[in-house]
Design a protein. Structure first.
Length: 248
C-alpha cells in the first residue's frame, strides 16, 4: 500500500529493494529521509547522476532526468562530452526531491564536484585510489599516506573514505579560482614550472620508488602507474604556487 510524504506519493514500500537485498523499499525511503539534513547540503545545486535498482535487473546509472519527473524537480541541461549529447541532470535541492528519488529506488547519488551555476570552479578535488589488479588493499593505503603528506605540506585538508570493495577516495575541499582550476588540469600542469614546491619532484620520485604501485584517478583523468602519482602531486603544487603568487 502506498503513502504520501511531503507531497510525494510513495509506492510499493514493502517490496524487496532488489533481489537478495534483505531490505525493503521502505527501508531506503526512511533512511534517506532520516539523513536528509546531512545529504541535502552536499547535493544542493549540483547536477546529479544516480544509480537505481529494480528487482530482477542489474543496477543502472541514470543521468537523464525522466520525462515523467514531476515539474517541481529541478534540473539543468548540460553538454556531456563523453556521450556527445545534451543531458538533463536532476538537481536534488530539497527533501521532496530526495523522497521522489528514493521512490525511484535511487540507491547511489553522484553529484558533480562543481555547482550548476559555476561548473568551471570545482569545490572539491577527489582522488580515487585503487590497488593494482590482484594487489592488496595495503597498496592503496600506502598511496593515501603519501598523498596526505603532500596535502599537509600544501596546507590542504583531506577526508578519506572507502570506495567499493578495494579502494579509497580522498576528498579535498578547495576554493579554486579559474587559474587554480586550470593548474590542476593536464594542460595546466604541462605549462607550469614550480620554483618553490613544498615537495620536489625528486623527493616525490624517491618516495614512490619505495612504495608499491597503485592506480590513482583524479577528476576522471586516469593515472595508472606509480610515476604518474607524481604528476598528480605536481598538480596540487601548481594550485599552491598560484595561491603563493596571488598573495605576493
Amino acid at each position: 500500500m502506498g503513502t504520501d510524504r511531503e507531497g510525494v506519493s510513495l509506492t510499493h514500500l514493502d517490496e524487496p529493494l532488489f533481489d537478495g537485498a534483505g531490505a525493503t523499499k521502505r527501508d531506503l525511503v526512511d533512511y534517506l529521509d532520516a539523513v536528509s539534513g546531512l545529504i541535502l547540503p552536499e547535493l544542493r545545486g549540483r547536477p546529479l547522476s544516480v544509480i537505481r535498482v529494480r528487482a530482477g535487473q542489474q543496477p543502472f546509472m541514470q543521468k537523464n532526468l525522466p520525462d515523467y519527473a514531476p515539474p517541481w524537480v529541478g534540473s539543468v541541461t548540460l553538454w556531456a562530452e563523453s556521450s556527445r549529447r545534451e543531458v538533463r541532470y536532476a538537481l536534488c535541492d530539497d527533501r521532496r526531491t530526495l523522497l521522489w528519488l528514493a521512490n525511484q529506488r535511487a540507491v547511489e547519488y553522484h553529484p558533480t564536484l562543481s555547482l550548476a551555476g559555476d561548473l568551471g570552479r570545482p569545490t572539491h578535488l577527489v582522488l580515487d585510489i585503487d590497488p593494482p589488479p590482484g594487489g592488496p588493499f595495503g597498496h592503496a593505503v600506502a598511496a593515501a599516506h603519501l598523498i596526505r603528506r603532500a596535502l599537509d605540506d600544501l596546507g590542504l585538508a583531506g577526508a578519506v573514505k572507502t570506495s567499493g570493495s578495494k579502494g579509497l577516495h580522498i576528498y579535498v575541499p578547495v576554493q579554486a579560482s579559474g587559474e587554480e582550476a586550470a593548474a590542476a588540469t593536464p594542460i595546466g600542469r604541462k605549462r607550469r614550472f614550480i620554483s618553490r614546491p613544498a615537495i620536489t619532484a625528486a623527493q616525490m620520485s624517491s618516495s614512490l620508488t619505495r612504495m608499491p604501485p597503485s592506480n590513482t584517478d583524479s577528476s576522471r583523468s586516469r593515472w595508472n602507474s606509480s610515476s604518474d602519482l607524481a604528476e598528480l602531486i605536481r598538480a596540487l603544487m601548481s594550485i599552491s604556487a598560484v595561491r603563493s603568487r596571488a598573495s605576493e
